[in-house]
Ligand binder design. Structure first.
Ligand SMILES: Cc1ncc(COP(=O)(O)O)c(C=O)c1O
Length: 364
């Protein structure tokens, strides 16, 4: 179906076209200056020493875990309310995710429940800043310090979000995604950030077929091809240049939604100081029926997120309904509304009026 108002829409313009053409004409399409320049700019923006561009956010998470030595037998604490890749990456390494239920208000991992989940084999905590809402990082970093655990931030949805004035992605080794539904996109792409020279060198080798910088055909590690092309890095540079205006626009759209949704039965997302906006997610009763009605009006809405532990690969590991009740309750009610940087006020109003009508007709 072609939607009148899609869930997301990338903002691409002349600056992207110009930089891409420049790279195409340069003849240097991979491992070239455009990638290095995007990496440096991104690392500077977040305030971290090293940026390593990769082919997507999933690859960034996978390499973060591998570079920190996560392996079979290890356990990684994370949230069941996230995009499935956050937990899948733990499984890729042979380790097991230990899910901790989420906070009802923020949808993020509940720090108060983390301590009791820490065991002998726990090696890392992988908090996810869901929908751009920063996790409560003080207790999480304290737990990491007290128990000598690695901190890997899944900041794929949270570019520009801050916690106590500090940008998320600068607390631990961190990962970002540039999929087209994100505030800045490269089509497919991701970035791993770290302050550690050692982790950066390992990630650099692992993303590049295990080469440690010697001969091109010498592979010291079992590596992957997780590189980002220079063509896509050029798109990323143009996107990152307008990050501040993009974040401001998204904040305004979120505020417009919340204002127009006042007085409805819809639960609107918290406008917490420091959050950034990946998407605008509300809670509604009869979510699936509402979503169907909205989609049939060609307004695209999605039930973000179904709990990870109830997806087939996790059920096969023994997870089941009732394991994480807060996450499951949220998972039944959440509905992502159309949200993109160039969304106009009339579009926002049309989504809201359609939602009001769909809600009033439930049960007809
Ligand atoms: C929280 C979270 N983690 C990881 C990913 C994976 O990123 P990618 O789709 O770029 O592989 C996403 C992507 O949407 C995400 O939302």
């Amino acid at each position: 179906m072609t939607y009148l108002i899609p869930l997301s829409r990338p903002l691409i313009g002349r600056p992207e076209e110009k930089l891409v053409v420049k790279v195409l004409r340069s003849g240097k399409l991979a491992r070239g200056p455009a990638t290095r320049s995007f990496e440096n700019m991104f690392a500077r923006y977040i305030g971290v020493k090293h940026g390593l561009a990769v082919c997507n956010g999933t690859a960034a998470l996978h390499l973060a875990l591998l570079a920190h030595g996560i392996k079979t037998g290890d356990k990684v604490i994370t949230t069941p309310f996230t995009f499935v890749a956050s937990a899948n990456c733990v499984l890729y390494t042979g380790a097991r995710p230990v899910f901790v239920d989420v906070d009802r208000e923020t949808y993020n991992i509940d720090p108060e429940k983390i301590a009791e989940a820490i065991g002998r084999d726990t090696k890392a905590i992988l908090p996810v800043h869901v929908f751009g809402m920063p996790c409560d990082m003080r207790p999480i970093t304290e737990l990491c310090e007290d128990h000598h655990l690695i901190l890997i931030e899944d900041a794929c949805e949270a570019i520009g979000a801050t916690y106590n004035g500090k940008l998320v992605g600068s607390f631990g080794t961190s990962c970002f995604s540039f999929y087209p539904n994100k505030p800045i996109t490269t089509g497919e792409g991701g970035m791993l950030l770290t302050d550690s020279n050692e982790i950066a060198a390992k990630v650099d080798a692992l993303r590049n077929q295990g080469r440690l910088g010697g001969d091109w055909l010498s592979h010291e590690l079992l590596g992957y091809n997780y590189r980002l092309s220079d063509i896509l890095a050029a798109v990323g540079t143009a996107q990152l240049k307008r990050i501040n205006s993009v974040l401001r626009r998204r904040q305004k759209i979120a505020e417009t939604y919340s204002r127009h949704l006042q007085g409805t039965d819809v639960r609107t997302p918290p406008m917490t100081q420091g959050r950034s906006w990946f998407t605008y997610v509300v809670e509604v009763q009869n979510r699936d029926a509402v979503a169907m009605r909205m989609n049939s009006r060609r307004i695209e809405c999605k039930p973000y997120f179904p709990p990870v532990h109830l997806q087939a690969p996790y059920r096969a590991l023994g997870f089941k309904e009732g394991d994480f009740p807060v996450c499951e309750e949220i998972g039944k009610r959440v509905l992502a509304l159309p949200f993109y940087s160039q969304m106009t006020e009339p579009e926002t109003r049309l989504v809201v009026s359609s939602l009001r009508e769909c809600l009033s007709r439930i049960g007809d």
